[in-house]
Design a binder for this molecule. Structure first.
Ligand code: HEC
Length: 257
């Protein structure tokens, strides 16, 4: 009896799971803000222009994004939908997966649920952690996705990035994406941008990626902002209803005692 009790207790204790594959690099954290529609709009523009050449977001319709994040339908149709697609259609792409596999080794996966799969911090770190590696087909490697098949599609904005330490040190230190609050420049770390190779400075670039990941996180859970605001309203209602119910209870029981 005692033994089986212990077994039950042990079964209920959540076990700690260690990810396989040895040390993982510390990720840079971002605070998502689903209520910041300006950020989400900028993120959608970046996603459509920079990512949808290769990746789809097939479980999302353009119209849903437009309505939720407040972009007028005609602006979306004129500026953010390419080809002869309609706003009511899903955000799919024209590149067949089989061809993509030949081009890149691995086909670019659909990104609708990516931030739920990997986490927003991972995606945010990944997009900022490409570095030059001449042994790779696209000339770049990635600190959190070793030997990645994706080119650094944001390189014109970020600039070329050099790896200034060993891979082991990189895993230990992280991207050192820290930005000096005084100068706005990236502190010297394992990954550093070659001067003058990117259109944006590191702080501006991080903001572009922030908006992009904020949008991707919205796409992964489009109803979340709505549920959160509804949740608050329900709690307020329950709080007020408590007084009504309490008064009613008093009224009913008044004559019993
Ligand atoms: C030129 C084509 C191309 C473009 C453009 C592109 N990607 Fe990729 N991406 C790929 C390929 C190919 C892979 C698969 C890499 C692999 O598995 O080795 C990939 C993988 C990824 C992954 C990792 C998926 C996983 O395995 O979990 C993320 C996240 C991602 N891309 C985000 C983006 C974002 C965001 C953009 C836009 C800024 C973008 N990609 C633009 C080709 C592209």
């Amino acid at each position: 009896m005692k033994k089986s009790l212990i077994a039950i207790v042990l079964a209920l204790v959540p076990s700690v799971v260690f990810a396989a594959g040895g040390a993982a690099m510390p990720l840079d954290h971002i605070e998502l803000d689903r209520t910041n529609t300006a950020s989400l709009q900028r993120g959608m523009a970046t996603f459509v222009n920079r990512c949808m050449g290769c990746h789809s977001a097939q479980y999302q319709r353009y119209e849903r994004s437009a309505t939720d994040i407040g972009i007028p339908a005609n602006l979306v149709e004129e500026n953010l939908i390419f080809g002869d697609k309609k706003i009511g259609e899903q955000m799919t792409i024209a590149m067949p997966a089989a061809d993509a596999k030949v081009f890149f080794g691995n086909p670019p996966p659909d990104l609708t649920l990516e931030t739920r799969l990997r986490g927003a911090d991972w995606v945010y770190t990944y997009l900022r952690s490409f570095y030059k590696d001449s042994s790779r087909p696209w000339g770049v490697n990635n600190a959190v996705f070793k030997d990645v098949g994706m080119p650094n599609v944001l390189e014109d904005l970020q600039g070329k990035v050099s790896l200034r330490c060993s891979h082991e040190e990189l895993l230990h230190k992280g991207t050192a994406g820290d930005i000096d609050p005084l100068t706005g420049l990236q502190k010297a770390g394992c990954l550093s941008v070659d001067k003058g190779t990117g259109a944006l400075d590191p702080a501006e670039f991080d903001k572009v990626v922030y908006d992009l990941v904020n949008y991707m996180a919205y796409v992964a859970e489009p109803s979340r902002a709505e549920s959160e605001s509804l949740g608050t309203k329900v709690l307020i209602f329950l709080f007020l209803f408590f007084f009504v119910a309490f008064a009613l209870k008093k009224e009913y029981w008044k004559d019993v005692h």
